[in-house]
Design a protein around this ligand. Sequence first.
Ligand SMILES: *[C@@H]1O[C@H](CO)[C@@H](O)[C@H](O)[C@H]1NC(C)=O
Ligand SMILES: *[C@@H]1O[C@H](CO)[C@@H](O)[C@H](O)[C@H]1NC(C)=O
Ligand SMILES: *[C@@H]1O[C@H](CO)[C@@H](O)[C@H](O)[C@H]1NC(C)=O
Ligand SMILES: *[C@@H]1O[C@H](CO)[C@@H](O)[C@H](O)[C@H]1NC(C)=O
Ligand SMILES: *[C@@H]1O[C@H](CO)[C@@H](O)[C@H](O)[C@H]1NC(C)=O
Ligand SMILES: *[C@@H]1O[C@H](CO)[C@@H](O)[C@H](O)[C@H]1NC(C)=O
Ligand SMILES: *[C@@H]1O[C@H](CO)[C@@H](O)[C@H](O)[C@H]1NC(C)=O
Ligand SMILES: *[C@@H]1O[C@H](CO)[C@@H](O)[C@H](O)[C@H]1NC(C)=O
Ligand SMILES: *[C@@H]1O[C@H](CO)[C@@H](O)[C@H](O)[C@H]1NC(C)=O
Ligand SMILES: *[C@@H]1O[C@H](CO)[C@@H](O)[C@H](O)[C@H]1NC(C)=O
Ligand SMILES: [Zn+2]
Length: 422
Amino acid sequence: MYIKSIAASIVVGQTLVSAATNVQDYWKSFNSTTDPLNITLPSIQQTTSNDPTTECVNYETPAQFKYDSTQWPTMWETATSNGMNTSAEFTALYNSIKWTDMPNIPVRTLGSDGALNMTGYDEANDPDCWWSASTCTKPKHQNVNEDIYQCAEPETWGLTYDDGPNCSHNAFYDYLEQQKLTASMFYIGSNVINWPYGAMRGIKDGHHIADHTWSHQLMTTLTNQEVLAELYYTQKAIKLVTGITPLHWRPAFGDVDDRVRWIATQLGLTTILWSEDTDDWAAGVNEPLATVQQNYDDFIQMGSNGTMSTHGNIVLTHEINNMTMSLAVKNIPNIQKNYKHVIDVATCMNISHPYQETTIKFPSFDEYVSGKTSSTGGNSSSGSGSGSSNSSDSAGTSAGVKSLPTNGLAVAIALTILAALV
Ligand SMILES: *[C@@H]1O[C@H](CO)[C@@H](O)[C@H](O)[C@H]1NC(C)=O
Ligand SMILES: *[C@@H]1O[C@H](CO)[C@@H](O)[C@H](O)[C@H]1NC(C)=O
Ligand SMILES: *[C@@H]1O[C@H](CO)[C@@H](O)[C@H](O)[C@H]1NC(C)=O
Ligand SMILES: *[C@@H]1O[C@H](CO)[C@@H](O)[C@H](O)[C@H]1NC(C)=O
Ligand SMILES: *[C@@H]1O[C@H](CO)[C@@H](O)[C@H](O)[C@H]1NC(C)=O
Ligand SMILES: *[C@@H]1O[C@H](CO)[C@@H](O)[C@H](O)[C@H]1NC(C)=O
Ligand SMILES: *[C@@H]1O[C@H](CO)[C@@H](O)[C@H](O)[C@H]1NC(C)=O
Ligand SMILES: *[C@@H]1O[C@H](CO)[C@@H](O)[C@H](O)[C@H]1NC(C)=O
Ligand SMILES: *[C@@H]1O[C@H](CO)[C@@H](O)[C@H](O)[C@H]1NC(C)=O
Ligand SMILES: *[C@@H]1O[C@H](CO)[C@@H](O)[C@H](O)[C@H]1NC(C)=O
Ligand SMILES: [Zn+2]
């Protein structure tokens, strides 16, 4: 990785803005100049080309983002890196959480083979609802948001893509746009900072954007502080770049237990897993392409052979590279033939407000069936949102300096962009 450009940093230690009074208000301290209801992408080769190499040429810092690399975790490292676990904002957030209420569950370890160490864990009863042990999705502990893992509606394919925004996704997003399809997109914080226009395109196209952690690690092996930082700094990155703060997240490798879920719940986040896994990322890497295609074919067949007559699914697929996106484009026509509905998870589950910012509204499933789209989704004439561009969600846009309550959050104003290539 190398750092391409760092805009002049003007960190003014005194200039702390806003203040959340309770933990669930943490996002109000994030400052974004992006109006998610009015996104215009610059016409540069990275946003217009369909050639992966051209799209992935690093680009200049967008003028509206004034990141400061000192205000962010190191790219692709645990989000407590670069001193982020001792920043004023993070310390305030950490201290505002009542950790004594957290389920008493140990941090997991890795075995000598590098896999999760399940020695000594009662996998059969799975007391901590550890997905990696038994694909458990219904928490066994109190005050933990329950996972979403399949669309409730019959013959409905829950369209989800992980690990974006990928720099080379233009052809894929163009295809989804042409097909008028919206998906749930699980973005990695490091990618959002690297490829901000890619994330903005996701919002502009009306996709359901969610948090996929900062550095894509096995979350149950991270300490409480690290889990919190992985989620928090991804929320912050997505907000800064796109103007919205997700209410959903997906753990890398599905690795979640009730401790990790409880921490996510403190941030207002609900876990979205999946019911079918295509293994698309492994195509041509760990598995023959034909095996992955067979997974697709099986899941497609389930749409028309009765398996999906009382419920739908959520399918795990990725925008991680040209192979996975090509597989998506190749299979979508057949998915559409075999399923009545192909749609993002917010819409299939009637989640009208999948973001903290209530200015954005997604259609209910019934509204979607009758032709409505999300208020962010390109076509405002058929949108069900208010169309308002009031970014009232960006708390703390006043220039005034406020004192920082002991229990609150604060964000230093000056942020410089870190445009880095992996
Ligand atoms: C949308 O953004 C453009 C350019 O950024 C701006 O000129 C326009 O006034 C904005 N429209 C609304 C309704 O905010
Ligand atoms: C912050 O994280 C580092 C390791 O990344 C650790 O050594 C240090 O003790 C942590 N600081 C606090 C205040 O937790
Ligand atoms: C695996 O977990 C068990 C039980 O927690 C522990 O005793 C053992 O040391 C762990 N092994 C490794 C390699 O961490
Ligand atoms: C439907 O298709 C799936 C995938 O091929 C298969 O596993 C399942 O048995 C089929 N169900 C019926 C009722 O035919
Ligand atoms: C994005 O996709 C390209 C190929 O299409 C791939 O080379 C690159 O590694 C991907 N980037 C990330 C961050 O996944
Ligand atoms: C895959 O890459 C080729 C060029 O190598 C490009 O033409 C095509 O549009 C890409 N496919 C997708 C789905 O991104
Ligand atoms: C979504 O709303 C419809 C219509 O009210 C209802 O039938 C359906 O059960 C709801 N789905 C969920 C997951 O709540
Ligand atoms: C928006 O949707 C309406 C109704 O479906 C359609 O008539 C109109 O052409 C669309 N506009 C754009 C810009 O796609
Ligand atoms: C924007 O929202 C704020 C806070 O809710 C409100 O006070 C203000 O009147 C709104 N402005 C417009 C133009 O709607
Ligand atoms: C938010 O960013 C804008 C544009 O950089 C700046 O004018 C404003 O003062 C900032 N507000 C806060 C609260 O940081
Ligand atoms: Zn992932």
